[in-house]
Design a protein around this ligand. Structure first.
Ligand SMILES: NC(=O)c1ccc[n+]([C@@H]2O[C@H](COP(=O)([O-])OP(=O)(O)OC[C@H]3O[C@@H](n4cnc5c(N)ncnc54)[C@H](OP(=O)(O)O)[C@@H]3O)[C@@H](O)[C@H]2O)c1
Length: 276
């Protein structure tokens, strides 16, 4: 079994390390890529192809792990040379997956998503959909954790949009509620009462959301714009639009937080005193 990676960053190196221990051959191409990517490929000891076309021709399963903005470009670059199954693991919308699929001329493309952080290694849950998803899920025989959720392209990337709508919508509401509670001096009481209905880990997980909302406000804003566009195919989204606007406003407060604060109140203190 030969598994190829287009792009060799955090995702590719983590999955490769696990698959190599299972006896899978790993290929990539780092020609004209950054020193970081070249070093990562070297540290994992994968086979290096001279060109992306050669990589596409030699892989039974070819995973695209580039960056969302390059998902279509790389599909266009290698599409005609793909011999096996092409799996798009980038964080992209159903529209982008469909655009990428137009370039994979053998039609064997899979829409896939990492559900969580890849830091958990080979067992990180991945969901897949599309006509070749079952072939991709064959990598479960080599220690991966892939669930096929449907036969159509766009099902996985759509689900990812819905997950984002929920998690980022909740984050925006948390931020708004707790900023007011902080100004009232009532945040501790609100944590205590919400924990009674939301569960014992509520405070810990919510504080982590508050902090990352501030640090990643710009990325969240862009992601929520995509979510709103996606939802508007089905309904007139109101909460998602508001969450997008919220994150845009937060991201305009440049320098609010460059790294996660240790105490969420530091964040609110900065906001309260316009210290950004
Ligand atoms: N990390 C996670 O936990 C996680 C979770 C969910 C989804 N994802 C998705 O998985 C994908 C990869 O994430 P990552 O964390 O591994 O990113 P990363 O560490 O930034 O690695 C991206 C890799 O893609 C290469 N690349 C970028 N544009 C390319 C192009 N046009 N042609 C060929 N190679 C290109 C980069 O090369 P250079 O170094 O030369 O730029 C780098 O090797 C992303 O789309 C992300 O949305 C990641």
């Amino acid at each position: 079994m030969k598994v190829g990676f287009l792009g060799f960053g955090e995702v590719a190196s983590t999955i490769s390390r696990g698959l190599l221990t299972e006896g899978v051959e790993i290929l990539t191409c780092v020609k004209a890529r950054s020193q970081r990517s070249a070093d990562m490929a070297k540290s994992v000891d994968v086979e290096l192809c001279e060109t992306f076309s050669q990589l596409a021709e030699s892989s039974d399963i070819l995973l695209s792990t580039v960056v969302p903005a390059e998902a279509v470009n790389i599909a266009r670059e290698v599409g005609r040379n793909v011999k096996g199954v092409y799996v798009d693991l980038n964080n992209v919308s159903p529209a982008t997956i469909n655009e990428a699929s137009n370039h994979i001329t053998n039609g064997k493309i899979t829409d896939a998503a990492i559900m969580g952080s890849i830091k958990s290694g080979l067992k990180t849950p991945i969901i897949a959909s599309g006509p070749s998803a079952e072939t991709f899920a064959g990598l479960n025989n080599y220690g991966m954790n892939i669930e096929v959720i449907g036969p159509e392209l766009g099902q996985v990337s759509g689900l990812k949009m819905l997950r984002s709508a929920y998690t980022k919508g909740v984050s925006a509401l948390l931020f708004e509620s707790f900023y007011a509670a902080y100004q009232m001096g009532m945040d501790e009481v609100l944590w205590r009462y919400l924990a009674q209905t939301e569960g014992p880990n509520f405070k810990e997980s919510s504080i982590s959301r508050l902090k990352s909302s501030a640090v990643h406000a710009r990325r969240r804003a862009q992601e929520m714009d995509e979510v709103s566009e996606f939802l508007s195919e089905y309904e007139d989204p109101m909460v998602a639009n508001a969450a997008a606007e919220f994150f845009h406003l937060l991201s305009n407060k440049r320098g609010l937080m460059s790294e996660k604060p240790t105490d969420y109140r530091d964040l609110f203190r900065k906001l309260e005193n316009n210290l950004f």
